[in-house]
Write a protein that binds this ligand. Structure first.
Ligand SMILES: NC(=O)c1ccc[n+]([C@@H]2O[C@H](COP(=O)([O-])OP(=O)(O)OC[C@H]3O[C@@H](n4cnc5c(N)ncnc54)[C@H](O)[C@@H]3O)[C@@H](O)[C@H]2O)c1
Length: 355
């Protein structure tokens, strides 16, 4: 299939692009590099430097490349920032997603895989969370994602758009060969933060040690990024126009903060300094989603379910790329800022790899 991957220069998108290409699909990446990295884009994919808001450009690219389906990862992902700057999230995550859907609709593309989040559940009433459980997001990030889910439900009814929504919490790890991995600025995810503390000898904070869990710390879902990428490809290959599906991608039992820290100590061989503090407001004790539905319906199996493998792959990535993709980001920035005219920008920024 010819697939447009938005956000394909980002953490999860770049791994999904690799999995798509390895599965025999053709890929066009669309990314504005606001957070992504050119270096992360697989050389076998075509790359369009543009934003999801640009309906005319996307219509052109869909026609030019004969795009048959879209995987949509492009979004802003910082929950805290979404609280202080909610319009940024409603604009980029929701409004721009509608623009993208509009372009698809103009071109008659009716297959859409949406990278959603378990944040749409808010503080769930039970765990493991099922797909049918109430959506009740507690921050603008979660709400912006829920609104896209709703737009998809309506687009399915009105225009016959086929969609699969994938909801997940914490994605972690890196490609096993350590060529692509996680490079977020700022980094708010637990595993890279612990590994950074291991490298730099700084302390990791634990917020709350008196939760009703096995060791008193919060329990969360962690899924290896390659397992997540595989789920996206499976979702795409099982999509039909006019039908909508929702799947959770979770680790079923989850891992406590202390368990994650212990795994990091075993993998790195370093003692990690811990600072214990009080609970943070709004942090539920356990957030774990059931993946029974996608396992039963699509045969999804996690290849890397254990925390040590997830951490080992992340550690290999971080130690082999101590500054992440930083050099390439600077290079891209240079290219963008040096472009004199719009015409030149349009000509130069559509770089095609492997076509
Ligand atoms: N990382 C996680 O643990 C996690 C958990 C649940 C859901 N998600 C979802 O997965 C998706 C990918 O997350 P990630 O961790 O890879 O984030 P990321 O920031 O690494 O990747 C997002 C990519 O989208 C691009 N982008 C943003 N806005 C764009 C726009 N308007 N047009 C074109 N490109 C744009 C960025 O440049 C970046 O390359 C997001 O939709 C996020 O909500 C992530």
């Amino acid at each position: 299939m010819k697939v447009l991957v938005t956000g394909g220069a980002g953490y999860i998108g770049s791994h999904a692009v690799r999995e798509l290409l390895d599965s025999g699909h053709q890929v066009v990446v669309l990314d504005n590099l606001s957070k992504g990295h050119e270096e992360a884009i697989d050389k076998r994919a075509a790359f369009v430097l543009a934003s999801t808001e640009d309906v005319d450009l996307i219509v052109n690219k869909i026609k030019l490349h004969g795009i048959e389906a879209v995987m949509h990862f492009a979004a802003d992902i910082e929950v805290g920032e979404s609280v202080t700057d909610p319009f940024k999230y409603y604009q980029n995550n929701f409004s721009n997603a509608v623009s993208l859907l509009e372009a698809l609709n103009i071109c008659g593309v009716k297959k859409f895989v949406f990278s959603s989040t378990a944040a749409v559940y808010g503080n769930p009433e039970r765990t493991p969370i099922l797909e049918s459980d109430l959506r009740n997001p507690i921050n603008p990030y979660g709400r912006s994602k829920m609104m896209v889910e709703m737009a998809l439900e309506d687009a399915c009814k009105a225009y016959g758009m086929g969609y699969t929504i994938l909801r997940y919490f914490n994605v972690a790890g890196a490609s096993p060969d350590a060529t692509i991995g996680e490079d977020h600025q700022p980094e708010s995810h637990l595993i890279p933060k612990i590994l950074m503390a291991a490298r730099e000898g700084t302390a990791v904070k634990i917020f709350g040690t008196d939760y009703p869990t096995s060791d008193g710390t919060c329990v969360r879902d962690y899924v290896h990024v390659m397992d997540l990428a595989r789920a996206h490809v499976l979702a795409l290959e099982n999509l039909s126009p006019g039908k909508g599906e929702v799947f959770n991608l979770g680790s079923e039992s989850g891992f406590s903060v202390r368990e994650v820290i212990s795994a990091c100590e075993r993998v790195t061989g370093r003692k990690i300094t811990v600072e214990e503090g009080p609970r943070r407001a709004g942090d539920p004790a356990t957030l774990v989603a059931s993946s029974k539905k996608i396992r039963e319906q699509l045969g999804w199996e996690r290849k890397y379910p254990d925390m040590e493998t997830i951490v080992a792959h992340a550690w290999n990535w971080h130690t082999s790329h101590p500054e992440g993709y930083v050099k390439e980001t600077e290079k891209s920035h240079f290219i963008l800022t040096e472009m004199a005219s719009e015409e030149y920008r349009m000509a130069e920024t559509y770089r095609y790899f492997g076509e």
